[in-house]
Write a protein that binds this ligand. Structure first.
Ligand code: SF4
Ligand code: SF4
Length: 156
């Protein structure tokens, strides 16, 4: 993150978020980092940090948050939601941020639907991979390879 110029921030952004159902306790975040430490996406992607997203939102970095690709990386697993000592409900906050990003024109309106379909595909692929490891066969390999190729050709 480069230098932050407070006069260029949107001071009302945090209130806009906190006014939405599910984000009532969002401003209580005290940056303990429990969400980031437990997040399965943060474990594999250094760019993804729920604590940082909340901090940026509280600081009023609206454009940066709503246009960021990391907004779409969350797998909605609810781990952070269950563990936050401040009741922030980050999974719900993510849903609100995505909704704002679409409604305010930061991303195409199909983005949420596309990401949800991709999440389903990833779960399906995971099940097939586990099955393929437990029961190796040419049929399983072919099926997995077909699934991946089909998804690669599915352009957004
Ligand atoms: S676990 Fe809760 S309080 Fe701690 S950084 Fe994450 S959102 Fe903030
Ligand atoms: S809901 Fe999203 S941010 Fe929270 S732990 Fe799961 S993947 Fe990470």
């Amino acid at each position: 993150m480069d230098k932050i110029i407070l006069s260029e921030m949107d001071a009302n952004f945090k209130n806009e978020i906190a006014a939405q159902p599910g984000a009532e306790h969002f401003k209580r975040c005290f940056t303990c980092g429990t969400c980031t430490a437990a997040c399965p996406v943060a474990e594999v992607n250094d760019e993804y940090d729920p604590r940082k997203i909340i901090r940026m939102a509280i600081l009023g970095m609206k454009d940066e948050v709503l246009s960021s690709d990391v907004l779409w990386m969350c797998s909605r697993c609810y781990t952070c939601y269950a563990l936050c000592p401040q009741g922030v409900k980050f999974t719900d906050v993510m849903g609100i941020l995505r909704d704002m990003a679409i409604k305010q024109g930061y991303v195409p309106k199909e983005q949420d639907k596309n990401v949800r379909e991709l999440d389903k595909f990833v779960q399906d692929l995971r099940c097939h991979l586990i099955d393929g490891k437990l029961h190796p066969s040419k049929d399983n390999e072919k099926k997995i390879s077909e699934m991946i190729n089909k998804e690669l050709n599915n352009k957004w």
